[in-house]
Design a binder for this molecule. Structure first.
Ligand SMILES: Nc1ncnc2c1ncn2[C@@H]1O[C@H](COP(=O)(O)OP(=O)(O)OP(=O)(O)O)[C@@H](O)[C@H]1O
Ligand SMILES: [Mg+2]
Length: 236
């Protein structure tokens, strides 16, 4: 069964339509990348999948269940976790941020999950009581990922996690995601413009002006003219 299935999705902001009939799916344990230039509609698509924007048309299914009109918090409970470009609350401590990620778990399960996250991210344990806003850029990304995983998600939805990070740190984020996914077996849907993520994903979609213009396995995508031009600067 597909984990996530998006059918003929149209959405946007108030009366402005941004997505024009998007079809997309994610299988269990799969890593799927969403490529597209600035303003293509990547964030809009991820927000619509999370229930943060109004759907004009189309359907969204999660594990076969129609979630098109489900509230965001209920989608999170079903197992979809989302990291926006901002990701964390700077005025809360590291520990409090983690707790927010598991808002629907009881205290015992929350504490267990927090222990697991501090085991994965030992640097965060050292800063447990620090305000998230006082962390370095890299540590904030770690906290964003740890917060995301607090809810034991089946699908992790990431909006440009490499944004603002040095190339070296982008590599370490990729390694961390790779390692955590092997351990926890969630699926990943990731919007990225950084080509370092191409080898991380198995399958991808290129969106342009709110439509899917190319999709397929990464090996096929890398040979596609649109992708070669946009991401590798190859003209022909
Ligand atoms: N809050 C908003 N209200 C109105 N229009 C918006 C809003 N947010 C985005 N848009 C418009 O929707 C379109 C798609 O934007 P979106 O943020 O989804 O693109 P993106 O692919 O995520 O781009 P980026 O790579 O810059 O993050 C753009 O034309 C943008 O101007
Ligand atoms: Mg965006």
């Amino acid at each position: 069964m597909l984990l996530l299935e998006v059918q003929s999705l149209e959405s946007g902001y108030k009366i402005l339509k941004v997505l024009w009939g998007i079809d997309l799916y994610v299988k269990p344990k799969e890593r799927v990348i969403l490529l597209g230039v600035n303003g293509a509609g990547k964030t809009t698509l991820l927000k619509t999948i999370m229930g943060l924007l109004k759907i004009f048309n189309g359907k969204i299914y999660f594990e076969g269940k129609d979630i098109t009109h489900l509230r965001t918090d209920k989608r999170v409970k079903l197992g979809i976790a989302y990291m926006s470009e901002i990701g964390i609350f700077p005025n809360l401590t590291v520990d409090e941020n983690l707790e927010l990620g598991a808002f629907f778990l009881d205290k015992k399960l929350t504490n267990q999950r927090k222990q697991q996250m501090y085991e994965y991210f030992q640097d965060l344990l050292k800063h447990k009581k620090a305000l998230a806003g006082s962390l370095s850029g890299g540590q904030r990304k770690m906290l964003g990922i740890a917060k995301l995983l607090m809810s034991n998600p089946k699908l992790v939805v990431l909006d440009e996690p490499s944004n603002g990070l040095s190339p070296k740190f982008v590599k370490s984020i990729i390694n961390i995601l790779d390692d955590l996914q092997n351990k926890e077996q969630f699926s990943i849907l990731i919007a990225e413009q950084n080509i370092a993520f191409l080898d991380f994903a198995q399958r991808g979609y290129v969106i342009d002006n709110g439509k899917v213009v190319v999709s397929g396995n990464l090996s096929d995508l890398k040979l596609n003219d649109i992708v070669r031009k946009a991401y590798f600067g190859i003209e022909n």
